[in-house]
Design a protein around this ligand. Structure first.
Ligand code: AKG
Ligand code: FE2
Length: 226
C-alpha cells in the first residue's frame, strides 16, 4: 500500500528543521548504501548518528508516531533513526530497492525494513523534477508532496528519485519494522480500521461496530509480532 499522509509536520517544524541543515553538514549519500545502490545514488545526506541527525530525527519520529494515519498504515514495531537527504544540480537516485536488514550507525537494534517513508521538507515549487517514483503491480506512481507531508510505501517495492534539475529537494527518509510483516495483511488491516472509523462516525457505537472492532483486533492478534 502507498499512502499519502498530509501534515505530519507543521510549517513551523519544517522551517526549524531546514534552518539547522547548514551547508557543511551534508556528506556524499553513498555513505549509507550497498554496492548496487552506490552505482545509481547521487545525492547528499546528513552524516548518520551525529548529534544533529539524532536531534532532527527525533522530531520526525515523534511526529510520525503521534500521527494516527501513520500508525494505522505502518503498525510500527521499531523505527530506524531517520536520515535526511538533499538533491540539487541534477542529483538523483536511480532505480533501487531498499536493503531488508538495517542497523543504526550508533549500534542500536537491527531491524527489518518493511515500510519506507519519505517526509518532504521542500515544497514542490522549490525544485524541478525530484519525483519519487514507486513501482508496483499497478504501474509507476510519481510522488511529489508539499513540505511536511509524508508518503509511506512497502520497502519491497523498486523505486527511484528523478533528477532534480533546478532548485533543491530536501527530505527525511526512514525505515520501519512493522508488527505485520506482509504488505497485503497490513493493507487489509488498514482498510478495515479506516472503514470501522467511518462507520463509528456515522452511526456511533453499536453491537456491529463492536463486533467489527473485535474482528480487527483478532486479525492483528493472528498476524502481529511484537
Ligand atoms: O529521497 C527519497 O524520497 C527516497 C530516498 C531513497 O529511496 C533511499 O534513500 O533509499
Ligand atoms: Fe530507497
Amino acid at each position: 500500500m502507498m499512502l499519502h499522509i498530509p501534515g505530519v509536520l507543521t510549517p513551523d517544524q519544517v522551517r526549524q528543521l531546514r534552518s539547522r541543515m547548514t551547508p557543511e553538514a551534508w556528506i556524499d549519500g553513498r555513505a549509507s548504501v550497498g554496492t548496487q545502490g552506490a552505482q545509481v545514488k547521487r545525492n547528499r545526506q546528513l552524516a548518520e548518528g551525529t548529534p544533529l541527525a539524532q536531534e532532527l530525527g527525533s522530531v520526525i519520529v515523534r511526529a510520525l508516531t503521534a500521527n494516527p494515519l501513520f500508525f494505522a498504515a505502518a503498525l510500527p514495531l521499531r523505527i530506524l533513526p531517520p536520515y535526511f537527504n538533499s538533491y540539487a544540480g541534477g542529483e538523483h537516485y536511480g532505480l533501487h530497492i531498499d536493503g531488508a536488514i538495517r542497523t543504526p550507525a550508533n549500534g542500536g537494534q537491527t531491524l527489518r525494513a518493511d515500510v519506507s517513508t519519505t517526509v518532504f521538507l521542500s515544497d514542490p515549487e522549490e525544485y524541478e523534477g525530484g519525483e519519487l517514483v514507486v513501482m508496483d503491480a499497478y504501474g509507476a506512481h510519481e510522488v511529489k508532496l508539499p513540505a511536511g507531508d509524508a508518503i509511506v510505501y512497502p520497502s519491497s517495492s523498486v523505486h527511484r528519485v528523478n533528477p532534480v534539475t533546478a532548485g533543491e529537494r530536501v527530505a527525511s527518509f526512514l525505515w520501519t519494522q512493522s508488527m505485520v510483516r506482509d504488505d497485503g495483511q497490513r493493507t487489509m488491516l488498514f482498510d478495515l480500521d479506516q472503514n470501522i472509523q467511518k462507520l463509528r462516525a456515522q452511526v456511533g457505537d453499536n453491537e456491529a461496530t463492536v463486533g467489527l472492532t473485535g474482528h480487527y483486533h483478532n486479525l492483528l492478534r493472528m498476524w502481529a509480532e511484537t
